[in-house]
Design a protein around this ligand. Sequence first.
Ligand SMILES: [Zn+2]
Length: 83
Amino acid sequence: MTQDLTPTPESTQPKMCDSCAGVQQNWRRARGHPELMQGTHRTVAHKHGQVTITRYQCERCGTVWDYENNKVNRHAGWSVVGG
Ligand SMILES: [Zn+2]
């Protein structure tokens, strides 16, 4: 009898390249990788004040990232923009 491994609930995007896959999401101190091209940034008003969100896109796999620079939320940081 073989036991199947439980599939991970968070679906990993198959088109994401290794560099993107290595970016730690939702962690403020995490670094991006050199192939991320910086795009536009915008300022969003939060309860605690304003935060700046910078848009990046990977040159290799095209994954779009947002980086939220939020001093009061250490879980803000890199997140993949869906769609
Ligand atoms: Zn990538």
